[in-house]
Design a protein. Sequence first.
Lengths: 337, 466
Amino acid sequence: MTQVLDFVPIWTLILGMAVFFYVLLDGFDLGVGMLFGFAPDTASRNTIMNSIAPIWDGNETWLVFGGLGLLAAFPLAFAIIIPATYFPILVMLLALVFRGVAFEFRFRNGEHKTFWDHAFSYGSGIATFAQGVVLGSFIQGYEVTGRAFSGSSFSFLTPFSILTGIALLFGYGLLGAGWLTLKTEGDIQSAARRHGRVCLVAVLVAIAIVSIWTPLANSAVADRWFAWPNILLLAPVPIATAAVALVTWRALGNSQAQVLPFAGAIVLFVLSYSGIAISLYPMIVPHHFTLWEAASSARTQAFLLVGTLVLLPAILMYSSWSYWVFRGKVRADIGYH
Amino acid sequence: MDFDPVVFSRLQFAWVIGWHILLPAFTVGLAAYIALLEGLNFATGRQVYLRVSMFWIKVFSISFGMGVVTGIVMPFQFGTNWSRYSDATANVLSPLFAYEGLTAFFLEAAFLGVLLFGRKLVPQWAHFVAALMVALGTLFSSFWILAANSWMQTPAGYEIIDGRFFSTDWLQVIFNPSFPSRLAHTVVAFFITTGFVVMGVGAYLLRREKSAEEGRTMLSMTLWLLTVLVPLQIFLGDHHGLNTLKYQPAKLAAIEAHWETGRRVPITLFAIPDEKTEANHFSVEVPFVGSLVLTHEIDGEVKGLKDFPADQRPPVAIPFFAFRIMVGCGLVMLGIVLLGGWLRWRGRLDDTPFFLQLCQLVIPIGFIAVIAGWVVTEVGRQPWTVYGLLRTADSVSPSLTGSDVLISLLAYVVVYLFMYPSGVLLMWRIVRTGPATAEEPDAAIEAGRPKAPVLAGGHVGVGDGA
């Protein structure tokens, strides 16, 4: 097969964007799900859930597209990473089942509402933790023989992956708090601002630990960041992170700032995500395969690209429209009660 | 203990997809029905269509939610348990799966929110369009997933390099030999499945006399639909059988428990197939009819299982019995449709208690037929994941131990056995409550659910009424 065009860069961009959209969108609604567990009464729980009821399904669809996009563009990575994270993925899927059906079941099943409340908040938390564990084990890398994962189904479990699991709980919590600040008012918003600050501190601690741990454990990552002139070129990343964290902290405390906490949380995620990408590029299976080595054939990538370039903008447009329809604050006095 | 990861992985896949398929089998048809009702209400202004639509939207929202979460499980199965299959087939199949996500899932998800919660937030035409888009999404989804499934049954347009499949012609990959007939057969099966549910619920409402007008509308509309679709489905099934005979003769031989190749073969109505002795016990046969039904010629040749090496034969008993269950369901459906047509002609459709009870009794018949048909086609494909080319045993993730898979299988079993009855119970409650009556139109809109989950910033009215 003669390769005329290299589609790997564009697929890296598309997939990178799809995974980030997932992290951002399902991130805030999983975060909302966790904060739901801290709400004091049924009325505020209703409001919190109603803030994401019309859109969660679309948000979770990015997970399917992220998974299938990985399979399509970088099948070797899919065939190694997914079996290597067998149990975290199992736990994530089952937790997503519980929290997903909880939307409907909770509304329709008055006498078991408390059970489905728990299913929703714990499901959101467990799914988040499992995703963080997958992320951590991905950064650390897997045992590979030939074209397959050759470790045990439990080798994902390391102190580092548990740390990233906990970090993501606070990260999604921060996004969720930002979303609730945007969509709610009064007591629910004040609580979201308080929770947001706690999450922000924890997220910053986690970012610091990961940023120290990763280069210490992996000399390639250390070279990437600290070799000259990279250290100069990449210095803006940690500096911007600190600046955005400060802005977000102050916005969470300023009752006039409705949008800024959510925006700040998003920018923090952009920076952390870029940090991970800078550390690992061009590896898609760290230590083993680059993006090019794991890529599917140019025919496959081209065939999918043709449709994706038309469909993805359309998806972004009609998904934005469905967000637009449900714009503005949620109000508990008119919602379900 | 020494467990076989292949066996458990197969059981797990069968378990999660078997439960999942019940939901598309229902929601594909229901989405189209809701879109039709919304369209009729939009065009004629008749309120009964709106009430029936709102009633089914409630049922739809539960079943669709369950479909989404059990559907997310599916693509990950390819990675967790079937990574060697993924590595081998991704260059051919993955774009089909990805196109399913791009054309179907996003469409459904984005417009579902508007369909469920947006009735008073958008103009009526936009709400109708949302219903239409959800329905369209379910059909696109069927298109791509059945293209991929059919390719595994009858691969085409590929080359094999170093044990991996690469596409040489995408049109041949998508429109592979068994795809058109499988797509038609499956989508019609899904519509029929929904049809029998709607008809049975309509009959139930008629018998209770509380929402008689709504019940009559459901029963009458659906019976017309089924009168066309059930005979059509029998024709399509026969056509699909011819395709299987041509491209998957071993599967067909297993379906018929047919051991010796020959012409003028009998049809086996019942038997206990015995794979050890390569013969059938207690068989009830009709001479010559086998060749006639399978090849449409009295002299047609039908290959027997003995023509295939033992390690290339599917299990016999499972496809054999599942096929008979599917065909049996089809015949019962045909009988009910004929009976219904006769009653309608006599003007007795609404008030024949026996018929209404019968309709209620057969509510699950489509699901049974769909599961049976799916078992026929998937078990009949064994021992291959890609027919004749890639063995199931060579498709499983090499890192898995039997006990890994046993743990995950048990987890899926427990969760699904808890979730499905809960969902069915809630749907049953909606049915028991029935559609809101004409006197309480506002309550119809969102009884028991957020009336306006997220209100637009003050410039849209007070959501869905009181």
